[in-house]
Design a protein around this ligand. Sequence first.
Ligand SMILES: Cc1cc2nc3c(=O)[nH]c(=O)nc-3n(C[C@H](O)[C@H](O)[C@H](O)COP(=O)(O)O)c2cc1C
Length: 387
Amino acid sequence: MAVITCIEDLRRIYKRRAPKMFYDYAESGSWTEQTFRENITDFSEIRLRQKVAVDMSNRNLRSQMIGQDVTMPVALAPVGMTGMQHADGEILAARAAEAFGVPFTLSTMSICSLEDVAAHTTRPFWFQLYVMRDEDFVRRLIERAKAAKVSALVITLDLQILGQRHKDLKNGLSAPPKLTPATLADLALRWRWGMAMLQTKRRSFGNIVGHAKNVGDTSSLSSWTAEQFDPQLDWKKIEKLKEMWGGKVILKGILDAEDAKMAAKVGADAIVVSNHGGRQLDGALSSIRMLPSIMDAVGDQMEVHLDGGIRSGQDVLKALALGAKGTYIGRSFVYGLGAMGQKGVTTALEVIRRELDLSMALCGERDIHNLSRDNLLIPEGFFTRYS
Ligand SMILES: Cc1cc2nc3c(=O)[nH]c(=O)nc-3n(C[C@H](O)[C@H](O)[C@H](O)COP(=O)(O)O)c2cc1C
């Protein structure tokens, strides 16, 4: 087994093991993929300030996200079809997160259902809600999340309509994959994936099939989802959903200071500064570049979290130093899962923890709560270049 030293190692193994259709689904952004790329490259423009001769013993990475203890402030982001990247993917990722002591967020568009993940874990997880037109279905989904003891509802606001990813259209993405000559030829190379998939019953959208009207089987699902996302979602509806849920609410997909103020006004417990990993509005700025203006607007009113482009512990450090209280990884954990199942997700988290811990020490900090803008060196005009 190769020695894994970084997230990129996991991505390479994942690329060999997962069917092309699902690798492409994860490793892509919308249209030109500019935002997808810049989420990553913008992190690398920010540099770290080296400090020496500082006591670096007894370092602390422990913190809290929405009042819940975390061993480091890095949650697993909601990722649709995780159970197609590896058989039973959501259960495996949730178990890895639980053992590590970080939150796992289950997507509405997961393969393993809410009930299934709850049955295979011992601690509460978070549930991400896509708001659908069918209000009755949304109400039942919220009731199911309550019954599954979910401890926070993450409402995604940046996908009322689906961004276009060229590769998904060209590959004919579906779950389970349609068996065309091209997919059969590809699957023949991914025997490990196929063997595991043959041994599980979880191969379609577990939260939806059998629960939503007119979706008895997966063949009608893609048209159902395209029709179902609610184009009329607005702040009033968000308030109603918050009331219906009655627990902690995180609003995901905020990239603008004015929207952040609205999120504070409706009483969100936290927001996630996010552009959906560059999968929605191509041309939007990277999450890290937008973070300071959002911190200035609402940082003293609620927790601000960030996702998009985190591929190392150093990226986490930069987001925290700019004021984020928590971060999320999407693709970084998917690479681990697709490469090596639950062990791969654990490895991804370990890689990030090691990088975060070492970098913090070399920046002369012992406690994650002490990170601040002083630890960073930022190119002039970096945050003000676009207005
Ligand atoms: C393959 C894939 C599927 C995703 N599915 C969802 C989803 O179902 N719900 C959601 O709110 N966000 C979804 N996202 C966005 C992630 O939650 C997160 O915002 C994004 O992955 C962060 O960027 P990163 O992958 O660079 O870490 C998805 C992202 C990817 C890569």
